[in-house]
Design a protein around this ligand. Structure first.
Ligand code: CP
Length: 336
């Protein structure tokens, strides 16, 4: 059955952990220089309506390491919703590639793509969520969990604006049964409809959700302190208001880190505005795991690509390949 990866909420804790375990297997293979070519001959169409460093590179390299090929379709390069409907684009691209990854400006665009695609569609970030990022983040947390701590015992505090990464992190952490806290000025806290989803997760997972405007209390018991940009493209006019609301209390700096356990790790999805939501000394300090986290995008993408694509690939038998090669050889030998 065709499955898309549009939001982590579409998958159970067990399914998400299985993909993460697959990422660990493929990471170990990669470290041995022995990544199995599971997607040999397969193609990935990467549609980007916004620029990207990590998502673009990790998906393209993942595909190469798995023996496949990726096409980078940069902003404005294809007729996506302009000159051709999103539905027709989905139908056409599906006839030519085995899997689609898309970063779209609106969440509606990716859901429309997925509705009409006949190959798996993977969400590479929308204005609503960033599921591939947070799957990678849970992988990174498992790798950096304090000794003996189970995933359900981890405490994650997100300090800063209620971004698409914040929403996704809140949903996956509460799905996993972790204790998730969002610390932000009241105006920038996660909205009620997002909170409702997380609270429903907690009811079944045993996790907890805290929303607060007290960053010091929020980090006091945190295993992981996560932050993200305070503003994005299109929010330039809001910068003075946002800066006034977040600075200095919600900046992840040495003062705030001093309120957390000494074992707490600092995370950031990147790109970072250094000196704004987090300071250089913290981002480059001994508690930071931001570059381990960035590298794990590659290993997570490999697992996501294999999980959603490998079961659908046809794996022709050698004799069938030889049969078709013989036919082409004979045809060409015939001349004009
Ligand atoms: N974190 C993340 O998605 O980075 P890019 O925008 O560089 O892809």
């Amino acid at each position: 059955m065709l499955k898309h990866f549009i939001q982590t909420q579409d998958y159970s804790k067990q399914e998400l952990l299985k993909i993460i375990e697959l990422a660990r297997l493929l990471k170990a293979a990669d470290k041995d220089g022995a990544c199995p070519p599971l997607l040999r001959g397969a193609s990935l169409g990467m549609i980007f309506e916004e620029p990207s460093t990590r998502t673009r590179i990790s998906f393209e390299v993942a595909m190469t390491k798995l023996g496949g090929h990726a096409l980078y379709l940069k902003p404005g390069e294809i007729h996506l919703g302009a000159r051709e409907s999103i539905a027709d684009t989905a139908r056409v691209v599906s006839r030519m590639v085995d899997v689609i990854e898309a970063r779209t400006l609106t969440h509606e665009t990716i859901t429309e793509l997925a509705r009409h695609a006949t190959v798996p569609v993977i969400n590479g970030l929308t204005d609503y969520n960033h599921p591939t990022q947070v799957l990678c983040d849970v992988l990174t947390m498992i790798e950096h969990a304090p000794d003996g701590r189970k995933i359900e015992d981890l405490k994650v505090t997100f300090v800063g604006d209620a971004t698409n990464v914040c929403s996704s992190l809140m949903w996956i952490c509460t799905r996993m049964g972790m204790d998730f806290t969002h610390a932000a000025p009241k105006k920038y806290q996660v909205p009620a409809d997002w909170v409702k989803i997380a609270r429903t997760n907690c009811e079944t997972s045993g996790g907890s959700l805290t929303i607060t405007d007290d960053p010091a209390a929020a980090v006091a018991e945190a295993d992981f302190i996560y932050t993200d940009l305070w503003w994005w493209v299109g929010q330039e006019e809001e910068i003075p208001d946002r800066e006034a609301a977040f600075m200095p209390d919600f900046q992840v700096n040495a003062h705030l880190l001093g309120k957390a356990p000494t074992t707490a790790k600092v995370m950031h999805c990147l790109p970072a505005s250094r000196g704004v939501e987090a300071t250089d000394d913290v981002l480059d300090g001994p508690q930071s795991i931001i570059f381990d986290q960035a590298e794990n995008r590659l290993h997570a993408e490999k697992a996501i690509l294999v999980w959603f694509t490998y079961p659908h690939l046809s794996r022709p038998l050698d004799h069938l390949i030889a049969h078709h090669k013989d036919r082409v050889d004979a045809f060409l030998a015939d001349g004009v």
